[in-house]
Design a binder for this molecule. Sequence first.
Ligand SMILES: [Zn+2]
Length: 331
Amino acid sequence: MAKTLHYTGITLDRAATRRRDEAWVDAHLNHAATRFIPLWQGRSLICMTETGDTVPEPVFLTGAAAQALIVEAGTTVILGVEHEGLENEIAYVAADISTLDEQAAGEISARADAGEFMDLRRVGAVMAGDMGALLAYARGMIHWHQRHRFCGVCGKPTQSRDGGYMRVCSDEDTPHTHFPRTDPAVIMLVAHANPEGQGPACLLGRQKKWVEGMYSTLAGFVDPGETLEEAVAREVEEESAIRVTDVRYQASQPWPFPSSLMLGFRARATTTEIDIDPREIEDARWFTPEELKNFGEWANGPAVNGEMRLPRRDSIARRLIDDWLEDVAGG
Ligand SMILES: [Zn+2]
């Protein structure tokens, strides 16, 4: 899997050691060149640049606009710094302004190059990969802060430290520390050489809540106490009753919608009889490459004439399917 995946490729220096220095954090929060990334209720500030094709780009706020934003922000997170020569570094800071009402958020976006607060998933697939990754990282960090305002050990309020990379509770005897989390989830392309007498096919399923007609790879969260390979085998068997072997890692993709890390695998089925668990999925089938060629692209809204659809282009699910199609075609 040499091709890059969406939401990967951040080159920022996360400055793990220096962010423990409060003076360093304050200097960057107040520096005129620091680039602020506002997040409002899970939405990122994005503008559409007309350069031939319309390309969505993140809007960074600096200078006076950034200082006005800090006043409104509940939480700020120094995501990292970009080095410009030996002396200069520019910090990128996520700022949560979710408590603002729609009008106040609109005023911030109106001041910022006609940007608009929108769901990253709407435009992530057509945005430059590293920019999508940066916004996804910001979104994931802010989501973690929003969900950890109270200590999971003693229930007392927590406060952000280390430029947003730790939260500490107010317990006087034992201040409990909490660190950013991401939830490992496995996602797998299950293949069989000849499950229904028509040559190679892969197992795809669909959940009721997905857009109409979309089929995708099976996936699920890793349980405590199991390896990734065991998680793949368990999830496939739970959802479809298919048994697998030869579980092989392919690639990973941060998927902070809201807080997952998708770990992509390919597995070989040793059985062919599908029996779905309707609590997890509403359908699963074997699909041959010929059948997949007739699938349409992912899109919101109802499918026309019962058309089947592939998963979104920015997802690792799609990459797993495309890679399998390429391998099957190559013989
Ligand atoms: Zn505590």
